[in-house]
Design a protein around this ligand. Sequence first.
Ligand code: PLP
Length: 390
Amino acid sequence: ENLLARRMYDLGTETAFEVLAKAKALEAQGKDIIHLEIGEPDFDTPRNIIDAAIKALNSGYTHYTPAPGLMEVRQAIAEYATRQKGVPYTAEEVVVTPGGKPIMFFSILALVDPGDEVIYPNPGFPIYESVIKFVGGKPVPIPIREENDFRLDVEELARLITPRTKMIIINSPANPTGGVLTREDVEHIADLVRGKNIIVLSDEIYDRIVYDGAQPVSIASLPGMKDWTIILDGFSKTYAMTGWRLGYGLMHKELAARIAQLMVNSNSCTAAFVQIAGIEALTGPQDAACAMVAEFKRRRDIIVEGLNSIPGITCKKPVGSFYVFPNVKSFGRPSKEIADFLLEEAGVAVLGGTAFGEYGEGYLRLSYANSVENIQKALNRMEDALRKLR
Ligand code: PLP
């Protein structure tokens, strides 16, 4: 242990993976566990994408590719992003990576010096804070509050910006709350950062998973913002491709070249046949992706209604992602304790809100990327178990 480099003590983790390991251990002992802790679609990858990967393997896409990705893949992503996000992108502004997560890691590594301040959503995806600390940056949390429909408060953001602010991370639709920023929110954020040498890392990985007509606005589409924004996106959630490891960043082409250099120094490139399958995902039929969203919506309605009918729990209906973030403050216990109790007592694996930062206290995160049958079973078990906590 004392052989570790000092920086390793500043590196955090993602609790979801720990809870998953604990749940699996209980399963190995014969316990029946319902998994609502994992952030991945339960659907299989659409057939046309799998077939495209097989075809690519058979056609020799088994070699290294250029570090930022195959040109035809970067081109397809640029065209897709131009359509989907309403911002004109070219292939040289695209870096293909094994999942979207490396874009988080690489952009913070490439841009944040020790002492630089990075504002990030809290509760939010835990890797933001972890990597900011890892590079010696100063993490500045912006609280994400239920009262504000789990959107960041722009006035609060204004107060947190200082001359040392180097980067602001936004995530809409959000993990773990499902909050979606409105166009006005995004415009206000852009007004706050314009002309200040602040980079916005916009994590848009859930931008296709929205309900009730919600329309996420990419901050890159606002006047003057494109060159100051890094968009993180990928295939994991939209196309149920978590295990493929395929994502990308959209950014200024000079920064893209630097991120590609980090790829050279780490992964070399993203798997060639996986990249080719990505073209099919973006340009092939979208009905499977749309069907998943329709099914998520059905489950969201069921889980929100079910949670609200459990005494002591209140749950807002989120308009994006596949998570709910119910309020469990009435139990008067730390949310981590409630999550542990639910796993052991009810066999329902969920995450305590503090797995996403200190401002997540008083909430649980449940992923409804699970069957309606399992969701209903989990709700019943939770109701029974939570009676003992009241
Ligand atoms: N960003 C957010 C907010 C996420 O929830 C996730 C996955 O859980 C990612 C990024 C990274 O996804 P991937 O690396 O699989 O593309």
